[in-house]
Each structure stands twice: as structure tokens, then as C-alpha cells.
Design a protein around this ligand. Sequence first.
Ligand SMILES: C[S@@+](CC[C@H](N)C(=O)[O-])C[C@H]1O[C@@H](n2cnc3c(N)ncnc32)[C@H](O)[C@@H]1O
Length: 265
Amino acid sequence: MSHRTTRRAPSVSQDLWPAFRTAWGESAEGYDSLFGHGIHSEAEHSTWLLLLRRLLPAQEKPLRILDVGTGTGMIAILAAELGHTVTAADYSETMLEVASRKAEKFATDLDISFILSDAMLGEIEDGQFDVVICRHLLWALPYPEEVLRRWKEVCRPNGKIIVIDQLRPRVHPVRQGIRELADLLNPLIGSGDSHDGVFPKIPLHEQPLKRATSPLPIANAMRRAGLNRVQGERLPWIDLVERPAMPRLERWARRWNRYVVEGWV
Ligand SMILES: C[S@@+](CC[C@H](N)C(=O)[O-])C[C@H]1O[C@@H](n2cnc3c(N)ncnc32)[C@H](O)[C@@H]1O
């Protein structure tokens, strides 16, 4: 096992965070039905594959990839579909159950192992992975920079860290009103496209990346964590290919700006 220094305990609302974790588990079964979460068309599937092919370093043999906060395993399954050896980690057992069921259904020969682990990856030895990838998790964490440092440790020298996320800026009150109406109506009209309601409201200062208005805060956190050649890129074509799966009300209310930030160890 690796030796690690004791890390600063994040200053968080201790009572809210266990509820936050439970909420992920409770949203697991319906997660893939949400637009921008599960895959809803062949066009989405091939676009995500294309993006991963471009982001993953070129190498003759399969890459060893760690997908942190894998949820229902979307990125893990795509990476395994591309022939890589994937470890998919999440702190929600229910999410992992849904993910492994889905992977088995997709194909029996995917090289994926699922592990129950917090984003700090206490169970994982250092230097094991060529790539650590994470979609839609860093925004939710109270200590993103420390987590990035840890991800760097589990990568081999010259390994790569890839973070895909979407901007969740504060929106104009009218737009916010439409969004809340959409959240309210979606379950009634059967589209089930929001799960925001199940999450406890964590104070914003405890989720420092949640209201990022550009990829810059994640890029800066990566630089501070010691990563090199950090660069970010907006991914409007991902938003575009996902739009048909959005209910109309959501289309008016939301501007989801997907982006990726990558850095090297
Ligand atoms: C928004 S989902 C993203 C899932 C998946 N990466 C995707 O892109 O569809 C966030 C996932 O991170 C997990 N998660 C949240 N906080 C975590 C933490 N501190 N450690 C490990 N997993 C966490 C949740 O259980 C959930 O599965």
C-alpha cells in the first residue's frame, strides 16, 4: 500500500454530506433516463466515443483507465468498448450495481472492474493508471484540489487526468423560474429529466466549483495540484447532440455548456 500524508479535513456540513451520498444511491435507477446523463441515441453514443478516442493518449496496448465517480458507468463502458482496461470507482453501492448490470448487458467481454471507493481513492495503490477520467463529479466535491492531487498520485509518470463537466452558473431569475417549473412538471408529464430535488442543499462555499462560469477554475485547480500542460476546451457539439433528448421546457431554460479540462502528470 502507498504511504500518504494526512489530508486536511474539509470544512463541510457534516450532516448534509451523508444525505448527499444517499441521494446519489436513490437516483441511480433513474439516472440514465436523464438527458445529458445516460445515452439516448446512436448519435450521442458515437459522439461520446469520438470524444474519448480523441482525449485518450495514443498507445499500442490497452490503457489502464480509472473512471472516478463512475455512476452508472457511462464513461467506463465507452472506454472498455474502445478496448481499454477500466477500473470504475464510486462511493455509492447502488450506482455500482446499476453500472455493472449495464456493462454485463452491453457485452460480456468488457474489461471493467467495479470498486467501492470515495474520490480520495484510499483503496488504490499509487502509480497504477495511464489515465484518470472523471465526468460530472468534481463540481460536487468540497475539496477538488486535494482530490486532483490524489488522482495524480494514482497515475503513472506522464499519465493523464481528464475532467469532463458542465457549467452551472447562476441564471437569470426568469430563466431560473422556468427551470424550476420544468423540474416540477417533468415528473408529471413523464419525462423524468431532473433529479435535483432529491439532493440536500449543500452551502455553495462547500462546493467551490459548482458555480464555475468557465473551465478556468478547474484548470487552475489542476495547475495548483501540480499537473502540467493543462488545457481546457468547450464541447458545444456534445450539448448539441444531446438536445433532442431534452424536453422542450428544459431547452428554453437550460444552457448546458459541456467542457473538458486535461492535464498531464
Ligand atoms: C453526476 S454523477 C456522474 C456519474 C458518471 N461519472 C457520469 O458521468 O454519468 C456523480 C457520481 O459521483 C459519485 N460521487 C459523488 N461524490 C463522490 C465521492 N466523494 N466519492 C466517490 N464518488 C462520488 C456519485 O455516487 C455519482 O455516481
